[in-house]
Design a binder for this molecule. Structure first.
Ligand SMILES: *[C@@H]1O[C@H](CO)[C@@H](O)[C@H](O)[C@H]1NC(C)=O
Ligand SMILES: *[C@@H]1O[C@H](CO)[C@@H](O)[C@H](O)[C@H]1NC(C)=O
Ligand SMILES: *[C@@H]1O[C@H](CO)[C@@H](O)[C@H](O)[C@H]1NC(C)=O
Ligand SMILES: *[C@@H]1O[C@H](CO)[C@@H](O)[C@H](O)[C@H]1NC(C)=O
Ligand SMILES: *[C@@H]1O[C@H](CO)[C@@H](O)[C@H](O)[C@H]1NC(C)=O
Ligand SMILES: *[C@@H]1O[C@H](CO)[C@@H](O)[C@H](O)[C@H]1NC(C)=O
Ligand SMILES: [Cu+2]
Length: 567
């Protein structure tokens, strides 16, 4: 998704402006007002966070090398706002939140063609609908390594009827109140609540469903021509749901993952986790007199959400005709072998950058569910992340030592910890320490999954890194051991910015610290992040210069700023 190529403005100017602006590159200006509005994403009226009166937010379309300038005004009455990709922009990490009434200008260079999206990164704004697509075309004179005749964006999200405020209070309550499964899965912000087409299909009421609704919730049908190749740009900004997408009677060829080209491979269906994006090629080689389902189902959690559906339509005369066969059924929610087999098919396209052969540092991160003072939390190496009020970027740069926990967080966990069982002592602590990374080192991260609080439960977590792509060196079962080292793929591992850990398993990744800044690395499931599931990497911050005052005007850096003004 987002953050690669979309770096904090200051960082982007150190690293990119000097040598990556190509001739012909443009600055594209956007002016956005963010506010709450009434909307019916699934035909039931709710409140959403809109941008310029639109939900989802406007699509940003640019060419690689362009500079994007977004002037964002927070018109929410009560809360701050921040956009991840716009400047990486995580509140408390690289900048202050934008308060009600304030405007912030995000400037960043989109350095790589691909399929991305942006979303709010303050509280649970993504759940409230603050997101949109970001599509970067290849620079003039460049070519994609595959051919296609047309394209469609499919931005996937999940939707609850309960307000995000209600959800947040529940998550931070004792006893804990889980948000439950989403009411609806949305495709480009549109879905059909209480209208499971799959269920209704057999008794002829499907028509009422698929074509039900007003402008805001009626599905967008993909109108295609026969014998062409279409690029579907699929991105998931779900708060919770892992998804699987299938197209009736059609196979797909995966060609891109998180803005990186992959070795093309054919699939019947596509797994996609929150934070990820893919491009798949679809060839319209079926009977053109019929329509075909696009079906999206929930994976990894026992679904209580109907499939999201829309249609591929070949011929204008049959636009409203429903397919004669039922929508493709996505694999059962707990068929993890299916998901692993998909993940293990993803390799970098030949000619992609290869990882260094050796690592300088290895950080092992144990993912556990815990209790703190009776509150349910997620912890990494037994620390649940609680962000400080002063953003790290400024406090590290200016050595404001009291701004956060100066004790280095652990790089491993006790060797006798049994990942297959609930923690023997579920208690954990909160913290906000930082992993300090020196410039130009090769860092390996091993994400180690474990049993949650209940016996025999281990969940899927899609981990997302800001500021970097990383190589995915491999996945495995159980606890990572020395023996697994030999199995790591150093030949053609895919570059990504989001990667999943499977239940009771591990995932290994590698990156090189070539992008000074402070970067969040966290589970992309919104409630999990809210419950502390993340860590912070501070990368060669001494090389970050000229942090804009606006990014510092809060907490201790804000006080420091006032001090400078008086001098
Ligand atoms: C779902 O729809 C049915 C009929 O279409 C209606 O009777 C029922 O009350 C609806 N349920 C909810 C929760 O809205
Ligand atoms: C038609 O669909 C409705 C709603 O799912 C269901 O309650 C009903 O039993 C179905 N009727 C038949 C004949 O299958
Ligand atoms: C965990 O913490 C609670 C207080 O929140 C305490 O009552 C309990 O004894 C602790 N459990 C263990 C095993 O230390
Ligand atoms: C985690 O931290 C808590 C509180 O400091 C402690 O009681 C517990 O034993 C620790 N658990 C592990 C597995 O280290
Ligand atoms: C980074 O490290 C590698 C090997 O350790 C070295 O060859 C390279 O010159 C370094 N690059 C920079 C920019 O320091
Ligand atoms: C967990 O799984 C083990 C082994 O399959 C089984 O013996 C045990 O009863 C299960 N526990 C629960 C609570 O389901
Ligand atoms: Cu998670």
């Amino acid at each position: 998704m987002v953050c690669l190529g979309l770096r904090e403005v200051v960082v982007c100017c150190i690293l990119l402006c000097s040598f990556e602006i190509s001739f012909g590159a443009k600055t594209r200006h956007f002016k956005w007002d963010v506010e709450y509005m009434f909307w019916s994403p699934d035909c039931k009226e709710s409140m959403v966070m809109g941008i310029n009166g639109q939900f989802p937010g406007p699509t940003i379309r640019a060419k690689a090398g362009d500079t994007i300038s977004v002037q964002l005004t927070n018109k929410l009455h009560t809360e701050g706002v921040l956009g991840t990709p716009w400047a990486d922009g995580t509140a408390s990490i690289s900048q202050c939140a934008i308060n009600p009434g304030e405007t912030f200008i995000y400037r960043f260079i989109v350095d790589k063609a691909g399929t991305y999206f942006y979303h709010g990164h303050f509280g649970m704004q993504r759940s409230a609908g603050l997101y949109g697509s970001l599509i970067v075309d290849v620079a003039d004179g460049e070519k994609e390594p595959f051919h296609y005749d047309g394209e469609f964006d499919l931005l996937l999200s999940d939707w609850w009827h309960q307000s995000v405020h209600h959800q947040e209070v529940g998550l931070s309550s004792k006893p804990f109140r889980w948000i439950g499964e989403p009411q609806t899965v949305l495709i480009n912000g549109r879905g059909q609540f209480n209208c499971s087409l799959a269920a209704h299909f057999s008794n002829g009421t499907a028509n009422q469903c698929i074509l039900r609704g007003n402008e805001q919730c009626a599905p967008q049908i993909l109108h295609v021509l026969p014998n062409r190749v279409y690029r579907l740009r699929v991105a998931s900004t779900t708060a919770l749901a892992s998804l699987n997408l299938a197209v009736g009677n059609h196979k797909m060829v995966v060609v891109e993952a998180d803005g990186n080209y992959v070795q093309p491979f054919e699939v019947e269906d596509l797994d996609i986790y929150s934070g990820e994006s893919y491009s798949v090629l679809l060839t319209t080689n079926q009977d053109p007199s019929k329509n075909y389902w696009i079906s999206i189902g929930v994976r990894g959690r026992k679904p209580q959400t109907p499939q999201a559906l829309t249609l591929v339509n070949y011929s204008p005369t049959s636009a409203s005709k429903l397919p004669i066969s039922p929508p493709p059924v996505t694999p059962t929610w707990n068929d993890y072998d299916h998901s692993k087999s998909f993940s293990n098919k993803i390799f970098a396209l030949m000619g992609s950058p290869k990882p260094p052969r050796n690592h300088d540092r290895r950080i092992i991160l144990l993912n556990t569910q815990n209790l703190i003072d009776g509150y349910t939390k997620w912890a990494i190496n037994n620390i649940s992340l609680h962000l400080p009020s002063t953003p790290y970027l400024g406090s590290i740069k200016y050595s404001l030592k009291s701004a956060f926990d100066n004790k280095r967080p652990p790089e491993n966990f006790a060797s006798n910890y049994d990942i297959m069982k609930p923690p023997t002592n579920p208690n954990s602590t909160t913290g906000n320490g930082v992993y300090m990374l020196r410039l130009n080192t090769t860092v390996d991260v091993i994400l180690q999954n474990a049993n949650a609080l209940s016996a025999n439960v281990s969940e899927i977590h899609p981990w997302h890194l800001h500021g970097h792509d990383f190589w995915v060196l491999g996945y495995g079962e159980g606890k990572f051991t020395k023996k697994d080292e030999k199995k790591l793929n150093l030949k053609n591992p895919p570059l990504r910015n989001t990667v999943v850990i499977f239940p009771f398993g591990w995932t290994a990744l590698r990156f090189v610290t070539d992008n000074p800044g402070v970067w969040a690395f966290h589970c992309h499931i919104e409630p999990h992040l809210h419950m502390g599931m993340g860590v912070v990497f501070a990368e060669a911050v001494e090389h970050v210069n000229d942090i804009p005052n606006q990014a510092l005007a809060c907490g201790l850096t804000g006080k420091r700023l006032m001090g400078t003004k008086q001098n």
